[in-house]
Design a protein around this ligand. Structure first.
Ligand SMILES: Nc1ncnc2c1ncn2[C@@H]1O[C@H](COP(=O)(O)OP(=O)(O)OP(=O)(O)O)[C@@H](O)[C@H]1O
Ligand SMILES: [Mg+2]
Length: 373
């Protein structure tokens, strides 16, 4: 169990500025996920925390103790940080069986034979690979090897567990199973975890907090639902959610009373209390509505004068839900309807949008100006 604080971390590779003034606090017991597209600096952040890389600027505290202070060239060696890292490309000892791979680190710690055996079998069971205990890595598939690497990390019961895309090699079904195993492991042990992924569903389902990265900068840190409901800007809104959020360009007018919106989604008005602290306080400007696919309902008859007339473009039933694309005033909207619904192309439908739920962004600054409430 550990609390980690990164303060003003800068990391350069040569002239490339990879991590830019990264500030991040991971509370004791957090499941913190670093999320962002390829190359944004997620692995680099883990390597800096683990001590495999030295940042050029900044400090890192672990439970209040300074483990990195770049200005004073103080970098505690990885072995003193009490953590365990599972790499994006896992490395098992090829000449050791699964049991030996996992027991190796435990034996070094002079643990009793019973304790080692218990931890090895528990970890393998959790990863659903108990039957491979006496095999060599070369006799396992990539996904099985990856699960051995995770088992090895959890068997050591580290204070801090760093996992770099540990499920990326697994097929879809197994990935879902392993997500729930890792989440369960986290609740049972309370181990602080830093988890890297570029899969936003993984991030949303497992984490207590998510840090969104963009080109080495942390854009927003928040619990999953907060990030989903109130993304700080267009970048986060677009990155989080599957299917993606719908953006609709509109005109916004802010007065002392609140905000009026006019555009393809009709006229909407919001009270002042729904606006974010940084929102403009007056004037007319370009804005963007953020409407999640599940925030729209489709009816074949008009239910209210506020309903928006639209035409069906495509309808894609997928068992538990149907993804419908409809066009309103030429703007495409993706709508998620529960269950199986059938619409024909070009059919006229009526869309009902709950104005309380939608987000509004300032087009110029790209920042959120109206909360989903
Ligand atoms: N050892 C290195 N030397 C030089 N540049 C590096 C090195 N390691 C990483 N980089 C660069 O730093 C940037 C961030 O890399 P990083 O591995 O942290 O990305 P990532 O977010 O983990 O991406 P991915 O999702 O693809 O794993 C990339 O542009 C990468 O090319
Ligand atoms: Mg990476």
């Amino acid at each position: 169990m550990s609390k980690i604080e990164l303060k003003h971390i800068d990391k350069f590779y040569g002239k490339n500025h990879i991590l830019k003034d990264v500030e991040l606090t991971i509370e004791d017991g957090d499941f913190m996920t670093l999320l962002g597209p390829s190359g944004c600096g997620k692995t680099t952040t883990l390597r800096v925390v683990s001590g495999l890389e030295k940042p050029q600027n900044g400090t890192i505290y672990m439970d209040g103790k300074e483990i990195v202070n770049a200005a004073e060239a103080h970098f505690a060696p990885p072995s003193e940080r009490g953590l365990n890292l599972v790499f994006q490309s896992y490395a098992l000892w090829p000449h050791m069986t699964v049991r030996e791979n996992i027991a190796f680190g435990l034996n070094i710690k002079k643990m009793s034979k019973e304790e080692v055996n218990k931890r090895v079998t528990d970890a393998l069971e959790r990863m659903q690979i108990g039957q491979y205990i006496d095999r060599y890595p070369s006799e396992l598939s990539g996904g099985q090897q990856q699960r051995v690497a995770i088992a090895r990390a959890i068997a050591s019961e580290p204070r801090l567990l760093l996992l770099d895309e540990p499920l990326s090699n697994l097929d879809a079904k197994l990935r879902v199973d392993m997500r729930s195993e890792l989440k369960r492991l986290h609740t049972e042990t309370g181990t602080t975890m830093i988890y890297v992924t570029h899969d936003q569903v993984e991030a949303l389902t497992m984490s207590t907090k998510i840090a969104i990265f963009k080109e080495g900068v942390i854009i927003q840190v928040a619990p999953p639902l907060e990030l989903y409901n109130n993304p700080a800007n267009l970048y986060v809104a677009d990155f989080i959610g599957n299917p993606r959020i719908n953006f609709v360009d509109v005109k916004a007018t802010v007065t002392a009373a609140g905000m009026e919106i006019d555009g393809a989604a009709g006229k909407l008005s919001f009270p002042k209390s729904d606006m974010t602290p940084g929102a403009p306080t007056s004037g007319t400007f370009d804005a963007v509505l953020g409407i999640r696919p599940e925030q729209v309902t489709i009816n074949t008859e008009r239910q209210s004068p506020d309903d928006i007339e639209a035409k069906i473009y495509t309808s894609m039933p997928a068992g538990s839900e149907t993804l419908v694309t409809a066009k309103m005033c030429g703007v495409s909207m993706v709508i998620k309807a529960l269950g199986i619904t059938h619409y024909s192309p070009d059919q006229t439908v009526y869309l009902s949008i709950d104005p309380k739920k939608i987000n509004v962004f300032d087009k110029k600054s790209e920042n959120l100006i109206k909360y989903s409430v």
